[in-house]
Write a protein that binds this ligand. Structure first.
Ligand code: HEM
Length: 207
C-alpha cells in the first residue's frame, strides 16, 4: 500500500496557485505589450485597454502574494555544501542518473533553490521597475532616461521570470509524482525517500 507524506498545507497551496495564475496572466499580457506578434494575448484580460489598466495592479497583487509564498519557503532554500555537489552532477541530473539522488538532499534540491532565488530577484526588479514605467501614476516623477532603463530592466526581469517558470513547470512534470505536492498537498513516501532523502528522514523521524 502507498504511504503519503504531507508536503504543503491548504494555505501554502492556495498561496502558490494565486501567485502562479497571476504570474501567467502577467507574462501573457506583458508579452502582448512587448511585441505586436503577441498582441492577441491582451485578450486574456479582455483586450488591450483592460490589459493595460489591469496589468500593473495585478503585478502588485502578485508581488505581495509572492512575498507571502517566499516567507513560507525561504529558509529551506538556503544554499548548502550538498547543493554544490548536486550542481557538479548536473549532467547526471539531466540524464536521469541516480547519483544525485544518493546525496542527502533536504526539502529542495539545488535546482529548485536556484529557481526560487531567480524568482525572488525577478519579482523585486519587476516591481521596482514597474512603478517607474507606470505611466498613469508614477512615470511623470522620473526623467526619461530613467524610464527607458526601467523599461529595459522590466523586460529583462520578465524574460528571466518566464524562462524560470518554464523550467519550474517542466521539472514539476518531469519528476513524476511532484505535481501532487501542489495539488493534493501530499507526496508518495518513496518519492520523498528517492528525491529528498534528508527531508524524508526528518518527516518520518519526527512522527
Ligand atoms: C504555472 C504553473 C506552475 C506549476 C505547475 C507549479 C508547480 C509547482 C509544484 C508541483 C511545486 C512543488 C515542488 C516540490 O515541493 O518539490 C511548486 C513549488 C513552488 N513553486 Fe510552483 N508552479 C507553477 C508556477 C509557479 C510560479 C509562477 C511561481 C513563482 C513566481 C512558483 C513558485 C514556487 C515556489 C517558490 C515553490 C516552492 C519550491 C521552492 O521554494 O524551491 N510556482 N510549484
Amino acid at each position: 500500500m502507498k504511504r503519503y507524506i504531507q508536503r504543503y498545507g491548504a494555505s501554502d497551496r492556495a498561496n502558490h496557485w494565486v501567485v502562479a495564475i497571476l504570474f501567467v496572466i502577467l507574462s501573457l499580457t506583458g508579452l502582448a505589450f512587448f511585441h505586436p506578434s503577441f498582441f492577441f494575448l491582451s485578450n486574456v484580460l479582455g483586450g488591450p485597454v483592460w490589459a493595460r489598466i489591469l496589468h500593473p495592479f495585478l503585478g502588485i497583487v502578485m508581488a505581495l502574494s509572492f512575498v507571502g509564498l517566499a516567507r513560507r519557503v525561504w529558509r529551506e532554500n538556503f544554499i548548502k555544501p550538498v547543493d554544490i555537489q548536486w550542481l557538479k552532477m548536473i549532467d547526471e541530473v539531466i540524464n536521469n542518473g541516480d547519483g544525485p539522488d544518493k546525496l542527502p538532499i533536504g526539502k529542495y534540491n539545488a535546482g529548485q533553490k536556484l529557481m526560487f532565488w531567480t524568482m525572488v530577484g525577478s519579482v523585486i526588479l519587476l516591481l521596482l521597475s514597474g512603478f517607474v514605467i507606470w505611466r498613469a501614476y508614477f512615470a511623470a516623477y522620473f526623467p526619461i532616461p530613467v524610464i527607458r532603463i526601467a523599461m529595459l530592466v522590466h523586460m529583462l526581469a520578465g524574460f528571466t521570470g518566464i524562462i524560470a517558470l518554464i523550467v519550474h513547470v517542466y521539472a514539476a512534470i518531469w519528476v513524476k509524482g511532484t505535481l501532487r505536492a501542489m495539488t493534493r498537498g501530499t507526496v508518495d513516501a518513496n518519492w520523498a525517500k528517492h528525491h529528498h532523502p534528508e527531508w524524508h528522514k526528518e518527516q518520518t523521524e519526527a512522527k
